[in-house]
Design a protein around this ligand. Structure first.
Ligand SMILES: [Zn+2]
Length: 191
């Protein structure tokens, strides 16, 4: 069993492989990479069973190491944002923004959100320029053009109630079923 730098294990990712990424995986580079790797791996379960036997992982050892590693989890960065309703400064975590983005994708039958990351790109307080990275897979019968519009729409709808922006840049990476990037495109939305 391999432990990732964020504290989750290959097994955690594997058990969740048939489901959409959860909130942690959505913003964890290590889990995202592991998910991509697992999708292409045959015979992984066999190896996992072979290597996760107790004698290879004395309990004391794993507890100490896992405890240290757990503190390296995805950083919940807190951002100074402008509340769109009141125009006043407010503080929001990356997780709150990512939750909203995931919700927007949840009902889509043509796109699945695999990984996302949001950060401000200006030094203002509150921040008014934002960059959002979205890795998505798309259904076979959809087109890149349609996906671009859809993703930009989902992201804007998701964060519009939460933050104001002058400029929003969405770096979209479209992945195939195996998690390989097949197209990257940068989308922009100005207010
Ligand atoms: Zn992780």
């Amino acid at each position: 069993m391999t432990t990732l730098p964020c504290g989750r294990t290959s097994e955690d990712v594997l058990l969740n492989l048939d489901e959409p990424a959860d909130l942690h995986e959505l913003q964890c580079r290590w889990c995202h990479a592991e998910r991509q790797r697992l999708k292409d791996q045959n015979g992984f379960i066999t190896r996992l069973l072979q290597t996760s036997t107790p004698e290879h992982e004395p309990e004391a050892f794993s507890k100490g190491i896992l405890g240290k590693i757990a503190s390296l989890g995805p950083r919940q960065r807190i951002w100074d944002v402008q509340d769109p309703a009141t125009g006043l400064p407010q503080r929001l975590s990356s997780l709150e923004l990512i939750k909203a983005i995931r919700k927007a994708f949840a009902d889509s039958t043509t796109t699945q959100l695999n990984y996302t990351e949001i950060k401000a790109t200006d030094a203002k307080v509150p921040h008014l320029r934002w960059k959002i990275q979205c890795h998505v897979s798309m259904a076979d019968d959809s087109t890149v053009n349609a996906i671009e519009q859809q993703v930009l729409g989902f992201v804007c709808d998701a964060i519009r109630p939460l933050i104001s922006w002058e400029e929003l840049v969405v770096d979209l990476v479209i992945e195939d079923l195996h998690g390989q990037a097949i197209e990257s495109v940068t989308l922009r939305e100005k207010n």
